[in-house]
Every structure is written in structure tokens, then in C-alpha cells.
Design a protein around this ligand. Structure first.
Ligand code: SAM
Length: 289
């Protein structure tokens, strides 16, 4: 097996020039060109030779080479057709990489895990396209794709939102959803000059360690997430008004007031002050079975 060749600006430029590659803004293409950051991601992902890794958006295959050296198998899903011949070239030294030319949002990833890893949990490692970070991560969790962990580069602000608790301005539906499924931990902050082209925003590597059992128990998970979304849709409103005005919920004013009192909160409480555990209790109060 070969040593990785990619990971610095010179090699990336050489590959881009060889193929006359034109960056596509619509695909969120910012390629990683800093070997130290690459090393941090690989280390944080704790890849072993028993692991099957799913990489979303391999680009020209920089991280893929490093992953292929560490893992049993790498499945790389890339939307941009123009990158496929490049990937076939840069990954030609590894026989444990499968390249799939698809929009990851259209791939049945649970089925893929079944076919490629016998249904055993995958590790997801990626420098994600920022325009679809949240749908990708929520899709992985909500579709019950078997996972051990997700180690990804995301926009700094999004990483912050994933790991904060109540009482901070970044706390919201994403924080609660991520923290219901996984334990978040920010591995490193990454400045724009580690990418080509440079993004306008700062980035961070975050690791999400999937819980085997969610940290709170709730009768109706879907109802809890509808309540959470409703609570943060209108941030400046009270929790009661947020729930009453939601198109996803149909509780009466009285039912809502009783449920809020039932979890020991004041009628004028705001959703952003509730913990995950309190949202679970509120959902149980409002659950009709
Ligand atoms: N992994 C490479 C790196 O670190 O240099 C590239 C990262 S770049 C931020 C995001 C990659 O995701 C690009 O290669 C882009 O074409 C790809 N991508 C964007 N949208 C995608 C989608 N819906 N499905 C699969 N890949 C996608």
C-alpha cells in the first residue's frame, strides 16, 4: 500500500492543473491543504484497521488517501462528476476504496452500511460541504444509519451550536438534536487559510460520539422534536406561544399551559431555557397515549 501523496498546497495545485479542474461554488468546494489539520482529523476519528469509513465529499481524495491507509475500507461519496477521474487517479494505489458518484442526500446510507459492512457501525469522517451540513448530520441520525462516530469539519458557528447548552445564544434545535443522539466534542478550530479556495468563515473539527442509548427517555421521539422545533421557531416568544403557533402541533392553549405547569415551569418560560431532559418531560406531558 502506498503512502499518501496529497495534503499540501503544491500537490493540490499540481492535481488541479493536471485536470484543469474548475471549483464549483454550488458544491461547497474548499479543499483541505494543511497536513497538520489532516493529521488532527485522522487522529480524532480513531480509525483502526477494522473500521469501515464513510467519507462524504472526498474532493480530489486528499483525506481519502490518509483514511485508506488507516482503515479496512473507505466508501467515498462525491457528487461532482468532474472529480471522479481525478479520484480514480489519486486513489489508484489503494484497493480498499470505493468511490460512489452520487448526491449523498439521495443515497440510502443504512442500506450501504448493510451491503458494505454487514450492517456493522460505520465511522463517518468528512470535510463537509457547508451548504448541507445540518441535513447531512440529521439525516445520518434520524435515518438510523449504524454509526460509531462522526468526525467532521464544519463551519465554526455550527460546531458551537452543536455543543452548547441552555442559556447561550447558540443554543437551539440543532444542539438538542445532536445531543440527543451523540456526545459532541470540538477537536480543533481551523482558519480559512487551511483551505483552497479560502472559505469566508472559520471552521472547526467536531467529533460526535454516538450514544448506544439516548441520554433521556421519551415516549414519542418525533413529538419531542416537533416541540423543540416549535420552541425555537419564534425565539423571542414564550414557549406557550411558540407551541400554540406551530403548524406541526395541534394542542389547545389549556393543554399547553397544563403541560408547562406539569414540568414545574412558569407560564411565561422561554423555550431556550429548557434542557433536553425538560423537553423530553414536556413531550411526555403532551403525549396522548
Ligand atoms: N474532502 C475534500 C477535502 O477535504 O479537500 C473536499 C471537501 S469540500 C469542503 C466538500 C466536498 O463535498 C466537495 O468535493 C464537493 O464536491 C462534495 N459535495 C458537495 N455536495 C455534495 C453532496 N450532496 N453529496 C456528495 N458530495 C458532495
Amino acid at each position: 500500500m502506498k503512502e499518501p501523496t496529497l495534503g499540501n498546497p503544491q500537490e493540490t495545485i499540481a492535481v488541479l492543473q493536471k485536470y484543469n479542474f474548475a471549483f464549483q461554488k454550488k458544491f461547497g468546494q474548499n479543499f483541505l491543504i494543511d497536513p497538520r489539520v489532516l493529521e488532527k482529523i485522522i487522529k480524532a476519528a480513531e480509525i483502526t484497521e477494522d473500521d469501515c469509513v464513510l467519507e462524504i465529499g472526498p474532493g480530489i481524495g486528499t483525506m481519502t488517501q490518509h483514511l485508506a491507509c488507516a482503515a479496512k475500507k473507505v466508501i467515498a461519496v462525491e457528487i461532482d462528476r468532474a472529480l471522479i477521474p481525478i479520484l480514480q487517479d489519486t486513489l489508484s494505489g489503494w484497493d480498499n476504496v470505493k468511490i460512489i458518484n452520487e448526491d449523498v442526500m439521495k443515497v440510502d446510507l443504512a442500506k450501504l452500511a448493510e451491503e458494505e459492512n454487514g450492517g456493522k457501525p460505520l465511522k463517518v469522517v468528512a470535510n463537509l460541504p457547508y451548504y448541507i451540513t445540518t441535513p447531512i448530520i440529521m439525516g445520518l441520525f434520524e435515518n438510523h444509519v449504524p454509526l460509531k462516530s462522526i468526525t467532521v469539519m464544519v463551519q465554526k458557528e455550527v460546531a458551537d451550536r452543536m455543543q452548547v447548552g441552555p442559556g447561550t445564544k447558540d443554543y437551539g434545535a440543532l444542539s438538542l438534536a445532536v445531543q440527543y443522539y451523540a456526545k459532541p466534542y470540538i477537536v480543533a478550530n481551523v482558519p480559512p487559510n487551511c483551505f483552497m479556495p479560502r472559505p469566508k468563515v472559520g471552521s472547526a473539527v467536531i467529533r460526535l460520539e454516538r450514544y448506544e442509548e439516548p441520554p433521556v427517555k421519551v415516549k414519542d421521539e418525533k413529538l419531542m422534536f416537533r416541540i423543540i422545533r416549535a420552541s425555537f421557531n419564534q425565539r423571542r416568544k414564550t414557549l406557550a406561544n411558540g407551541l400554540k403557533n406551530s403548524a406541526e402541533l395541534d394542542f389547545t392553549k389549556e393543554e399547553i399551559a397544563a403541560a408547562i405547569a406539569g414540568i414545574g415551569k412558569e407560564p411565561g418560560v422561554r423555550g431556550e431555557t429548557l434542557t433536553l431532559e425538560e423537553f423530553a418531560r414536556l413531550a411526555d406531558e403532551l403525549s396522548r397515549d
